[in-house]
Design a protein around this ligand. Structure first.
Ligand code: HH2
Length: 364
């Protein structure tokens, strides 16, 4: 009975009017639903979005019918098939270093900011020995990997040069690379290249592959790459960010960056909606609610909500008091199928994630 009982709501955007009309008719004929723009029937609009709701079985029938049709419906059918495949089976796992992503349980990425100015732990681990010690403690507490950053991306922050960034992270990477899987949070191709050569297995890129040198470095080492959504730059991203539909726009942006990265030869891709990067509190909450849409793009998803200011806004709390709010956001993310959680409080996050995953996953 599975395919008859599992239903999905899908959103297609920018359909030609003829395509939207055919889609509506075909959906109704198989007992599903498709909401399209009011002016579609008399062609008073140029394009229409469609919100579809049907069971898995009905979608399979629909795909068969649309595959024969003109007006972009064949491409729509392929898109529907891809989204259903991702929703039903999840992304195809890949290996990077000792990590398999996605793994059967959510992965914990412990944050190590080797910076003087990061928003919650700035200055604490600028000393190399303390940084290494902190990474080791995070691994003991349940982290699966450590994300090392040498440049703060907090709102209004100023960048640093590649050589200064490397001076901060290079020695820490050299000391830790044999001990634990390392991700390096950088926007600079030069830093990415050196980090991967020194043994890191993942590049965490908040500019979603904007730098071709960074893409080349990742491709050459066949490393994993996190593509994160950001509106603007850290310097201006919180100046009145606006979206028509934040989930749709983030999905479209990530889809484009996936194509760019794949063209450059990157094979191991992880997507991140970029909580707090050019978003208001409402945008962040909407994105967390819509994480399943991001996962329907067919790639593993990473979320970094830990201690961020939207939690402070909801609960009216300062940065040192956001641990419970962070765990609530993390639990919802796990429930929605997120694969990697980027966190400051490793032990608490590990426990909350394992509990949320135990509730989510039925093991028969
Ligand atoms: N958030 C921060 C930094 N890097 N990378 C990804 N992929 N996703 C995120 O949400 C994300 C990120 C900001 O947090 P933090 O590292 O604690 O602070 P700062 O940027 O000030 O160093």
């Amino acid at each position: 009975m599975g395919p008859k009982t599992r239903s999905y709501t899908l959103h297609a955007s920018g359909l030609q009017v003829a395509a939207a009309n055919i889609l509506k008719q075909e959906m109704l004929a198989i007992g599903g639903e498709a909401a399209i723009a009011r002016g579609t029937v008399n062609c008073s609009v140029e394009k229409s979005d469609a919100i579809m709701h049907a069971t898995l079985k009905q979608y399979h029938q629909l795909v068969g019918k649309l595959g024969q049709q003109p007006f972009g419906l064949k491409e729509l059918a392929e898109g529907i098939e891809g989204a259903l495949e991702a929703a039903e089976n999840g992304p195809v796992p890949f290996k990077t270093g000792a990590l398999t992503i996605p793994s059967p349980h959510p992965l914990i990425m412990g944050i190590l900011n080797v910076t003087p100015d990061s928003f919650s732990d700035g200055g604490q681990y600028i000393d190399r020995e303390r940084a290494v010690e902190h990474a080791r403690r995070m691994m003991e507490k349940g982290a699966d990997m450590v994300d090392i950053g040498g440049e703060s991306t907090r709102p209004f922050s100023e960048g640093v040069s590649a050589s200064e960034e490397w001076e901060r992270v290079g020695p820490v990477i050299a000391q830790l690379a044999d001990e634990c899987p390392l991700s390096v949070d950088t926007c600079k191709g030069e830093v990415a290249r050196r980090a991967l050569e020194a043994g890191a297995v993942m590049i965490n890129n908040v500019t979603a592959g904007s730098d071709p040198v960074l893409l080349k470095a990742v491709t050459e080492q066949d490393a994993a790459l996190v593509l994160m959504h950001m509106k603007g730059t850290p310097r201006d991203m919180q100046e009145n960010p606006e979206y028509e539909d934040v989930v749709r726009e983030v999905c479209q942006f990530l889809q484009e960056r996936v194509e760019r990265a794949k063209e450059a030869g990157v094979r191991k891709i992880i997507l991140d909606p970029g909580i707090g990067f050019g978003k208001t509190m409402e945008h962040n909450l909407t994105l967390l609610r819509g994480l399943d849409s991001i996962r329907s793009l067919g790639y593993p998803v990473l979320v970094g909500a830990s201690r961020k200011s939207f939690i402070g806004e909801v609960l009216d709390l300062g940065v040192e008091e956001r641990s419970e709010g962070s765990l609530a956001a993390l639990s919802i993310a796990v429930a929605k199928g997120v694969d990697i959680l980027r966190v400051h409080d490793v032990r608490e996050s590990y426990r909350a994630a394992m509990m949320a995953a135990a509730i989510r996953d039925e093991h028969t």
